[in-house]
Design a protein around this ligand. Structure first.
Ligand SMILES: [Zn+2]
Length: 337
């Protein structure tokens, strides 16, 4: 293991990024049987190169692959785990639909789910460290129909076993920074206690930097578990909440970091550099700079691509200004294979 010193207030993304219009067109043609699978795969690779380039141009320190290959964060995993089948699309927010998976038999790990994604990203990335995202076991369980296991809890623990194998496969492949996405975690207060245990089962014995991203819901429901959760970072949204509840940052134990959400992904208005810098100065009154990463609130995928890119540019510019005010402060260290 080598140690990599990051700049203070490292900038990163949460994960998803808008698909280029041409990729959406190729996916449509592939669904209609007019494009071959191998050409679709080539298009996915090219799209990852393009979104990595957007992040490089914006100056993001730790890029993701924009989840270009994933239509949806639960479906993508369910499709790659034995025991799921799909019914028709169900409506989620507004006009968004997704194909809700159903568990119809014993779940089995069929082999690597996102390791190839990681390998490709690392190959085309400008940065020695990249972020890989994994949907957590509780959110997969919560967003699926359970038609096989005796309870949602049992299902979540079965999924934890599978996600644990995937995390170990990623570690083996050389990943150094993995983010577990658990947006459902605060949404059923009566289930949080076992949900946290299930997530911890998924993270057991994994020796890479682990973060957790949660976007909706009341963070105070999760705060009592910040210590217990086996992650060293919580990436949370603040911009969409008007930077109101910064007190939650104080609830993060001293040996863990905050991924500070400074860009509202639900609004097309591009933030000003000054307002983002002001938010950073505010959080620096609460946490020491070594414990803060800078990221958008959530994935950027629902925005038009040019707006997503401009928002990343603003995030990086603001961070650089505030870095300049922190003269001589060293950034965090990351272990890389
Ligand atoms: Zn999110």
């Amino acid at each position: 293991m080598d140690e990599l010193r990051l700049p203070v207030l490292p900038t990163t993304v949460i994960g998803s990024y808008p698909r280029p219009r041409w990729l959406r067109e190729i996916i449509r043609l592939w669904r209609a049987g007019r494009v071959k699978e191998k050409h679709l795969r080539e298009a996915f690779d090219d799209a990852v190169v393009a979104v990595v380039r957007d992040q490089e141009e914006a100056g993001v320190d730790i890029p993701s692959d924009g989840e270009q290959r994933r239509d949806e964060m639960v479906e993508y995993f369910a499709e790659r785990i034995e025991g799921f089948r799909f019914y028709g699309p169900v409506r989620v927010w507004g006009n968004a639909y997704y194909r809700k998976p159903a568990v119809v038999g014993p779940l089995k790990y069929k082999g690597a789910i996102v390791v190839e994604e990681f390998d490709f990203l690392r190959r085309v990335s400008y940065s020695p460290v990249v972020k890989v995202t994994i949907t957590g076991p509780y959110t997969i369980a919560d967003w699926s129909f359970n038609e096989y296991y005796s309870s949602k809890e049992e299902l979540a623990f079965e999924l934890a076993r599978i996600i644990n194998r995937e995390l170990k496969a990623l570690e083996e492949a050389g990943a150094s920074y993995i983010q577990i996405d658990e947006p459902a975690l605060p949404t059923h207060p009566d289930e949080v206690e076992w949900a946290v245990m299930a997530v911890n089962e998924a993270l057991r014995g994994v020796n890479v930097k682990l973060g957790m991203h949660i976007c909706y819901g009341d963070y105070w429901r999760i705060a009592p578990y910040f210590e217990e959760l086996r992650v060293s970072q919580f990436a949370l949204e603040f911009a969409n909440r008007g930077f109101k509840d910064l007190g939650i940052a104080e609830a993060i134990p001293e040996d863990k970091e905050l991924g500070f959400g400074v860009i509202d992904v639900h609004s097309r208005r591009v933030e000003s550099v000054e307002e983002v810098a002001a938010a950073l100065r505010k959080i620096l009154k609460i946490l020491p700079p070594q414990r803060i990463y800078v990221n958008p609130d959530c994935g950027l995928k629902l925005l038009p691509r040019r707006i997503a890119k401009r928002k990343m540019e603003v995030m990086v510019k603001a961070t650089k200004i505030v870095r300049g005010e922190l003269k001589g402060v060293e950034g965090p260290v990351l272990r890389v294979p």
